[in-house]
Design a protein around this ligand. Structure first.
Ligand code: TPP
Length: 276
């Protein structure tokens, strides 16, 4: 297979917004291959869930890993071969429940990897249980009287943890392609939250009339206080507030790979293995 697409037939529900994300990723990768990159210059990882099926539809080397372990898998690939362009895919359950400890430390360590979270505000594959970004009052079989606790705000968590590229977009192919272009030109950890309605378990709450673009509104993405202020505008609970999309924050900082040279990393890993 020479192109980026596999022959696997997607098994997402008809109309699922994962198709939009897939199209955006494929369009971005098509362009990369046309401009001279090879498939073996990339490494991808996906968790477990509806989002993770994307792994089957991309003809690229990588690992379809355990639930919540996308980031350590990505970091492992990057440390083994720092020349790779690494792209990870998680759902909101995968990223913010099972994988939260990895997420916070990835932001802090700043490895040069790009990380997409398909945030449909539910554990979709297992039939719609609430995740950490599900709004209060959401009713399902596991919470018959509604979710009682407030959701997290992943944008604020990433800003607080030191992520050097923090963005949120909607699950639209053009937006996905555009943000990946920005993220891959950023050297460091790029966190991309994609708001994605789930047609079966979580509707979109009038997103269209609520979105606005940060970059078009003159937001200063190098100001951490401006980024926090923008992150506050949507708390993942509200069904009426405006929702800013785009890059909240971007900063240049040494990557994990730069801090630990390849040689140093290799010998450290070997040293630890030899001690066992
Ligand atoms: C360690 C572990 N816990 C639970 C599961 C069961 N499980 C499989 S898929 C899934 C839901 C995934 O939800 P999310 O990451 O939000 O992705 P989505 O399906 O919404 O795309 C769960 C809980 C599992 N496979 N492994």
């Amino acid at each position: 297979m020479t192109g980026i697409r596999t022959n696997a037939i997607p098994s997402w529900c008809p109309g699922c917004f994962n198709f939009q994300i897939l199209a955006g990723v494929q369009n971005f990768l098509d362009k990369q291959l046309k401009s001279g990159k090879k498939k073996q210059d990339f490494g991808i990882a996906a968790g477990i869930g509806c989002h993770a099926k994307i792994f089957d539809y991309l003809s690229l080397p990588g690992i379809n890993t355990l639930h919540g372990r996308v980031l350590p898998t990505c970091i492992g690939m990057k440390l083994a071969n720092p020349k790779l362009n690494i792209l990870g895919f998680s759902g909101d359950g995968d990223a913010y429940s099972e994988g939260m400890e990895h997420l916070v430390h990835a932001a802090r360590y700043n490895p040069d990897i790009k990380y997409i979270v398909h945030d449909n505000q539910v554990f979709a594959l297992t039939l719609g249980e609430p995740t950490p970004t599900t709004e209060q009052g959401f009713v399902d079989k596991t919470n018959p009287s509604g979710v009682q606790v407030p959701p997290i705000n992943p944008i604020k968590i990433m800003l607080g943890a030191g992520a050097t590229f923090v963005a949120r977009i909607f699950a639209n192919a053009a937006q996905v392609q555009e943000i990946l272009t920005e993220a891959f030109s950023h050297k460091g950890f790029a966190f991309i939250e994609i708001l994605q309605p789930c047609l079966v378990f979580h509707s979109d709450k009038g997103y269209d009339s609520r979105f606005y673009n940060l970059q078009k509104s003159g937001h200063n993405k190098s100001s951490i206080s401006a980024a926090f202020a923008k992150a506050e505008e949507f708390d993942y609970n509200s069904s009426s507030s405006k929702i800013p999309l785009g890059i909240f924050y971007q900063e240049k900082r040494k990557t994990f790979e730069e801090i630990k040279s390849k040689k140093a990393m290799k010998s450290k890993i070997l040293e630890e293995l030899w001690q066992k």
